[in-house]
Design a protein around this ligand. Sequence first.
Ligand code: GLU
Length: 463
Amino acid sequence: MPVRSRFAPSPTGFLHIGGARTALYAWAFARRHAGTFILRIEDTDVERSTPEAVQAILDGMQWLNLQHDEGPFFQMQRMPRYREVIAQLLADGRAYPCYMSAAELDALREAQRARNEKPRYDGTWRPEPGKALPSIPEGVKPVVRFRNPVGGSVAWDDAVKGRIEIANDELDDLIIARADGTPTYNFCVCVDDWDMKITHVIRGDDHVNNTPRQINILRALGAEVPVYAHLSMILGDDGQKLSKRHGAVSVMEYQARGYLPEAVNNYLARLGWSHGNDEVFSMDQFCQWFGLDHITPSAAQFNTEKLDWLNGEYIKKADSARLGALLRPFLEQAALNLEAGPAVDRVADLLRDRSPTLVAMAGQAHYFYARPAVAPDLLATHLADAARPALAELTGKLSTAEWNKASLGAAIKATVAAHGLKMPQIMMPLRVALTGQGQSPSVDAVLEVLGRAESLARLKPLA
Ligand code: GLU
């Protein structure tokens, strides 16, 4: 049977990092098996669903390049279908109308609690052979309840958590349609998974409790029960449940913080799944390796340091033009005049080895676009009087030197040797004058990218 997986977010907020991992796994699983990946928007909670959240989900998926093959389907557009299936279940006697009012239900639960019983629907309106149902109250619109099997249990072999078995007696006759006729959440999921011929349900383990109910409904529908894989939650750096408190939770926030989508994907891939000791791999590679059998059942802990390291690895090997294009908006945000300095991709190339994020890179790049204010103290620390004649000679040489890294480096070395100095005695004042700071890429490389005129202007105070 061809694999069909889906990602089924509720559009009640941004695409968060846990949702993105679920989407990534469901997507990779479909790719691995040359199957179909479906995007379904579960928007039946009309109070909390917003078009902005739908857009945020689409944006997040697009940024991560998780392309769906079918959809997005919107549950709100499938209402007629749900009603049709409810009518069929009623006609087949697999569901029944229940006229118990909210007040009666409350009283029932209250009484059960008082007897130390688990509050549950007592089956008052459930038809049974030979059972007389109460007379239908006037003017009351019924809810529709699913006729859950009695006795026995419902079990499945969860691809992540192993076998899970729940006694049917633990499960109420679930309301599948409210009094106003609108279908309820678990029911819509079943009809969708059935209609969309989903073979593998990969989702967060907050849905484990829904699964036995869904399996029973699917069976009543005569649907094939999919394989379930429930992913454990993601904990924050501190071991607590990941939440806004941990800073970036939204996927798009990672873009804003200067992460590359391939680094986020690679990081999420490893967050709860492994392939030996492989840490850095492409999405193509991931799609070839990914299987449900190597997903860890325990909770995964987010580790920002590791994400930064991975991001740095991807920054190191990104194509120059692309890296420049990715860096550009961060420089623009810092209100730097990019026309006044070197091409952004040259700067990115120079800084790529020392930047965990694009934000960090932009922070280091500022001196290429704005002349730095050189702190007199800093310069004084690094500039010995003994070095002044050599620096004067060197700036003279630089006004005519061939302007490339090799000959600039050679000119510096020759000057250091000729004056019997140590390398840092020349290098450090140059660095501070050029960049305003004590750390930077190699000075010959900075000179090269900065250009002759600007470099000489910055070196003037040394001579
Ligand atoms: N809409 C659910 C959620 O966002 C997912 C349901 C499912 O995958 O079955 O948590």
